[in-house]
Design a binder for this molecule. Structure first.
Ligand SMILES: [Zn+2]
Length: 655
């Protein structure tokens, strides 16, 4: 009997548990079963707690299954599948886990989600097989956070993609994430596109749409982060890191801002980067009041992140603030916020960050109720050629000196401080990472970065972190989502066989061209190595790193290799699966991108900074013109931002 024409032996899907996420899980199961077996007839979905046949979807207790293996059945996912040819149980420790189980069941039966969106699906026509599966994913929080230049479609697609690849948490930064949406819709970094401005009201509405889509899937929502230190004082931070006029500060609020170099004003004109006078109880009370008001209308939020201002070396220099480290003041504020929320009967998890100046652990204050908090370790200025140590022994310990000690440059030192934090503050911690912000652009061969993700996830787990959240563009899948998939899969299963997982991704994305593609990226890893490009985030750039004429022959060979690869791929432009045609054609865009990038790099390596900058400008403008064709996968704004670090770097310049 041909695949997809099995006789109709399992027509029904029964919901054993009544829950909106289980409703959605049943719809998803039906959709993909009908795609896999398009001639097998309709599946009827109904709520039937007593059903004994067909597909039965629900949470463990409704099947008499134990959740003893997890500490918290709401927080921790456990997936359980036990089906034969006539249906069976697809269960989870909570409703979200039921949805994860549905996707895992489909995956075990041959489905893959290789990119976000409709064109990223690999759904074979094939009869489903008896399937037994049981797994507790190895990390509790498997997450991403919005960054880059967002389109609303990219937000919706990545939310949909999240449970399909086994992830469970999503963060939306800012009350109104206008800055990220505006980067895209205003096309400021892409002169080839006409601006399509959206209002802050539209963005706020769109944020609510994304929240509804997350709720439908039972995803945990983390919210906010930076912004409290401005918005609580009537100062809008909606423009993000753009400079603002001092007039935006209500005059009676100026007293609460951080004193910096003798003045209370916006830090270099940026509201989002402006700290407050943390020793002033009224200043803290204003933040706490704003947190409470915000929390009252945010009961769908699992973790409300209370961040200080962004940037570093910007804390208040008044005498009273100098008495404690920024981390002590932060914990004092967090305790006050927790107490105020408690009085209102509000109990979100409260998030805080070990970030920039609060990397230095507190000395005097600790959290009163650490169970209510989730800390995030944020090594923003790390390099991605560095391993994550599991037993850090830094060569130096930089002392904390207010507004002098800035971001660190080794993972050894970062993790040493995390260990000090843990000793003083018995909260739980996750990592807030930046692989898919700028670093991905400095590792263009995919394979090196996939291994980086794999190794880092394992090392972070060994350091005791409960999960990882990536700060990232929602359009960072150029030329594929291999590294992101490896990130998701390793958090899910630390025992993942990396080579096998890469082979699986390439087999499904590139079909018969898989070996040609793999060989190309292997060659590229030697001709355009990450070691040459890797640049620490948010630290001064060492321009000498790029002045290496000895690299020029390698870059020239990379251009020729890209040309040969294009020739080799010509027979594969039209593939059996839509996702493969999309994936293969993206590679054609990618070799164009590589050639443009390499031509500018050759000039840079030869020592002509200005010539390289002009070449890169011309290339980025040309390439930006095609963003519309590939925009679900390619973020032009973030690409230019990342590569500008290389091409704008000069002897005298700090980035
Ligand atoms: Zn102060």
């Amino acid at each position: 009997m041909p695949a997809g024409k099995a006789k109709r032996i399992m027509p029904n899907i029964f919901k054993i548990t009544s829950d909106p996420v289980v409703d959605f899980a049943a719809e998803e199961l039906k959709k993909y079963l009908r795609m896999m077996m398009p001639r097998s007839g309709e599946y009827v979905i109904s709520y039937c707690p007593g059903a004994k046949e067909g597909f039965r979807l629900g949470v463990f207790p409704d099947f008499g299954l134990s959740t003893e293996e997890v500490e918290d059945a709401e927080l921790d996912d456990v997936l359980h599948v036990d089906t034969d040819l006539t249906g069976g149980i697809i269960a989870g420790s909570n409703p979200r886990s039921v949805l994860l189980s549905v996707y895992q069941y489909l995956r075990l039966n041959g489905c893959r989600w290789l990119f976000p969106g409709l064109d990223g699906e690999f759904i074979p026509i094939r009869d489903v097989q008896p399937t037994k599966y049981h797994k507790k994913p190895d990390m509790r929080y498997r997450a991403q956070c919005n960054e880059g230049a967002e389109t609303q479609q990219s937000m919706l697609d990545t939310i949909d993609f999240t449970p399909k690849i086994g992830m469970n948490t999503y963060m939306l930064e800012f009350d109104i994430p206008f800055v990220y949406y505006n980067r895209y819709y205003a096309h400021r970094s892409n002169p080839e596109r006409e601006p399509e401005p959206v209002s802050t009201d539209t963005v706020l509405q769109w944020k609510r749409v994304t929240e509804a889509e997350m709720a439908k899937r039972g995803l945990r929502l983390f919210d906010m982060g930076h912004g409290w230190t401005a918005e609580s004082f009537g100062i809008s931070s909606v423009v993000g890191w753009d400079k603002q006029s001092e007039d935006t500060i209500p005059e009676h609020m100026r007293q609460y801002l951080a004193e910096y170099q003798g003045k209370r004003q916006l830090y270099h004109g940026v509201a989002l980067n402006t700290q407050i006078c943390m020793s002033n109880p009224e200043a803290r009370a204003l933040v706490v009041r704003h947190v409470v008001e915000y929390a009252k209308q945010s009961e769908n939020v699992h973790c409300l992140k209370i961040g200080l201002a962004d940037a570093s070396k910007n804390h208040c220099e008044c005498e009273a603030c100098r008495r404690m480290r920024p981390s002590d003041w932060l914990l004092l504020l967090l305790n006050e916020a927790e107490e105020a929320l408690d009085k209102e009967g509000l109990h979100p998890v409260l998030g805080f960050s070990i970030y920039s100046d609060t990397t230095w652990e507190p000395e005097q204050i600790t959290l009163k109720h650490p169970d209510r908090f989730l800390g995030a370790f944020c090594p923003i200025s790390r390099k991605y050629t560095m391993d994550v140590p599991t037993d850090p022994h830094p060569n130096k310990i930089t002392p904390y000196v207010r507004n002098v000690s800035g971001r660190l440059d080794t993972m050894e030192e970062y993790l040493w401080h995390y260990q000090q934090w843990k000793q003083r503050v018995p909260a739980r911690f996750i990592v807030y990472e930046y692989h898919f912000w700028k670093a991905q652009y400095y590792s263009p061969d995919c394979l090196t970065f996939a291994k980086r993700l794999h190794d880092d996830v394992i090392a972070y787990h060994k350091n005791g972190f409960l999960g990882i959240m990536e700060d990232m563009s929602q359009r960072h899948f150029f030329p594929n989502a291999l590294a992101f998939s490896i990130y998701a899969e390793t958090m899910y299963d630390l025992g993942l066989d990396l080579d096998q997982a890469i082979d699986d991704y390439f087999s499904h994305a590139y079909g018969d061209a898989k070996e040609i593609v793999k060989q190309f990226f292997t060659d590229l890893s030697k001709l355009l190595p990450q070691a040459f490009l890797d640049t620490a985030h948010s630290l001064p750039v060492d321009v000498h790193q790029f002045r290496k004429p000895e690299m020029i022959p390698l870059f020239e060979e990379a251009i020729r290799r890209s040309d040969r690869f294009d020739e080799d791929m010509k027979p594969f432009r039209n593939m059996p699966y839509r996702v493969q045609t999309v994936a293969v054609r993206l590679l054609g865009h990618y070799t164009d991108y590589l050639r443009g990038f390499l031509h500018a790099l050759i000039i840079k390596a030869g020592g002509d900074d200005e010539g390289a900058k002009q070449e890169f400008l011309a290339f980025s403008r040309r390439f930006g013109a095609r963003e519309r064709d590939i925009e679900p996968y390619y973020d032009h704004c973030l690409t230019v931002l990342a590569l500008n670090v290389i091409f704008n770097s000069k002897e005298e310049q700090e980035m």
